[in-house]
Design a protein around this ligand. Structure first.
Ligand code: G4P
Length: 530
């Protein structure tokens, strides 16, 4: 007997977990991802894990820039099954030059895994990505990596997480020593020891021993040195007295992060992390829309585009729109409403992912990401729905922080230049502003890499060589006021207009921003377009 759609839908939703790993380059994201994939049969490796070594090619090296730098420019998706779950990992570019795509990808995740290098603690990029997750209020799980190396004191690391990120923490397990003295972890909930078996990068590096508590004689035996045992007793006792209690509600609202210690490269603590993560992390969550909150269990299919990527396969010169399914079941060939365009479209060629091999999806469910062939009809934020006109509120626009004046080397290419800028703005590759009076074109991005991608694509897709001249601004604020007085934005700042004609002030530093806010008490200074 076939199950009815609601039952099937609920079952598929319950199985799914869609998350992103947030970290600073070098913390071990690629390594952790690889280990996670080992636990399940990877179904689809979408533009997967970057190649650190020459013999390991990323499937998504669709662009020269990627190859040259050995980084993954665009975020992609990996899907695998493990213990009855279907897991979608949204990959985010690990390079320092990350872009708006990285941020946008986070809007498609229902939770995040924050990966921290135990020797380095909370680093710049982790902080930025964390803040985007924080704004969305999604649960955040922490994995503190590289315990096999000398790292910082675990209390100091937790304190840093709390002070720099403003999130409380609950260590699920606790390390016994670190570096050469690393013995393993004590699992606080299961009261057991997970022992580190030394450097073996391929196999499960773990032996589990049940104990009656952390003062069990076995703990002492395992610790070896007296001082390690005493340190552990003190630390765990202190955690019990002064640490936060585990609070599921707070985990779900992103106020408390469960913390796990381990070593990704040694595959130590990864499975424990995965098992706990799967039981604690949310299944696909509702999204708010113009129709109110849309639960994933709604039978009518709906979703939104959070990213558009062009020319993933240079041989095809096409674009792909990435859609996060919010509700209902996706079936290949289905007709849906493209809400902004007011048209019905048939989703005949959805791809789970692209790169060189095209993998066609027949069905997909809430939490899944599908790539749609895009002949130029999609924009970031577009919604596709069955039987509704809804739009989603997942605003994937971020305040630019890096600016450059753009011009062309060959004036005869003006038309192509404008077309390129127009299309790339629409795709969300860059944001564009015009100076008042001079009509200079100014580009705004959140990561330097976006400029490089822009330059590359202008040349390769539109045949235009551009000149980019960096401007000293660091902040953009959309000014909402009855009467905007350009005279008030002269000191270390410039007033420009965005594509829709809104006034935007660009500031060189925080001081200039503060002074202008004080001088314009009636105006609102918004980080993104109103
Ligand atoms: P990323 O994607 O976050 O940038 O990090 P990646 O996984 O590439 O890891 C960065 C470096 O850290 C790699 O070393 C990796 O082997 C190492 N690493 C990851 N997890 C652990 C761990 O648990 N312990 C230790 N000691 N090292 C770890 P590399 O030398 O840059 O690369 P490779 O030559 O080893 O491939």
């Amino acid at each position: 007997m076939s199950t009815s759609l609601p039952q099937e839908l609920l079952k598929e939703i319950d199985k799914r977990r869609t998350f992103a790993i947030i970290s600073h380059p070098d913390a071990g994201k690629t390594t952790l991802t690889e280990k996670l994939l080992l636990f399940g049969g990877a179904i689809r490796l979408a533009g997967t894990v970057k190649g650190r070594k020459a013999n390991r090619h990323a499937t998504s090296d669709w662009m020269e820039i990627e190859k040259q730098r050995g980084i993954s420019v665009t975020s992609s998706v990996m899907q695998f099954d493990y213990e009855g779950h279907r897991i979608n990992i949204l990959d985010t570019p690990g390079h320092q030059d990350f872009s708006e795509d990285t941020y946008r990808t986070l809007t498609a995740a229902d939770s995040a895994v924050m990966l921290i290098d135990s020797a380095k603690g909370v680093e710049a990029q982790t902080k930025k990505l964390f803040q985007v997750c924080r704004k969305r209020g999604i649960p955040i799980f922490t994995f503190i990596n590289k315990l096999d190396r000398e790292g910082r004191d675990p209390f100091e690391l937790l304190e840093e997480i709390e002070n720099l990120l403003g999130i409380r923490s609950y260590p699920m397990n606790w390390p016994i020593g670190s570096g050469k003295q690393f013995r393993g972890v004590y699992d606080r909930e299961k009261t057991r020891l997970e022992l580190f078996q030394g450097d073996d990068h391929e196999h499960h590096n773990i032996s589990v021993r049940e104990v009656s508590g952390y003062d069990d004689p076995l703990v002492k035996e395992v610790a070896g040195a007296d001082y390690l045992y005493e340190q552990l007793q003190e630390q765990l006792a202190l955690l019990e007295i002064a640490g936060d209690a585990f609070d599921y509600e707070k985990v779900w609202t992103g106020e408390l992060t469960p913390v796990f210690f381990g070593s990704a490269i040694n595959n130590f603590g990864v499975q424990t992390f995965l098992d706990n993560f799967l039981s604690l992390a949310p299944k696909p969550q509702p999204r708010s829309s113009s129709d109110g909150v849309v639960p994933p269990s709604e039978e009518k299919f709906s979703g939104y585009v959070f990213k558009i990527q062009a020319n993933m396969n240079p041989a095809h010169r096409d674009r792909v729109a990435f859609l996060r399914i919010v509700s209902g079941k996706f079936e290949r060939g289905m007709t849906v409403k493209h809400v902004r365009a007011g048209k019905d479209i048939k989703l005949a060629q959805p791809q789970q992912f692209l790169a060189q091999d095209r993998d066609i999806v027949d069905t997909a469910y809430p939490g899944d990401i599908i790539g749609l062939f895009d002949p130029g009809i999609f924009r970031i934020g577009d919604s596709l729905c069955q039987g509704s006109q809804r739009t989603f509120d997942e605003l994937p626009v971020f305040s630019p922080e890096i600016f450059a004046k753009v011009s062309i080397k060959n004036a005869l290419k003006q038309k192509q230049f404008l077309k390129g800028i127009d299309q790339l703005t629409e795709e969300g590759t860059i944001q564009v502003f015009k100076s008042i009076g001079f009509e200079d074109m100014i580009l705004g991005v959140v990561g330097q890499l976006q400029f490089e991608v822009f330059e590359y694509r202008m040349k390769n897709e539109y045949g235009v060589d551009v000149l980019l001249q960096r401007l000293p601004f660091q902040f953009a604020r959309w000014i909402v006021d009855e009467k905007v007085d350009p005279g008030k934005f002269r000191v270390n700042s410039q007033l420009v207009k965005d594509k829709s004609g809104n006034y935007v002030a660009l500031f060189e530093n925080e001081y200039a921003l503060r002074t202008s806010t004080e001088k314009n008490p009636t105006a609102k200074f918004l980080e993104t377009a109103p």
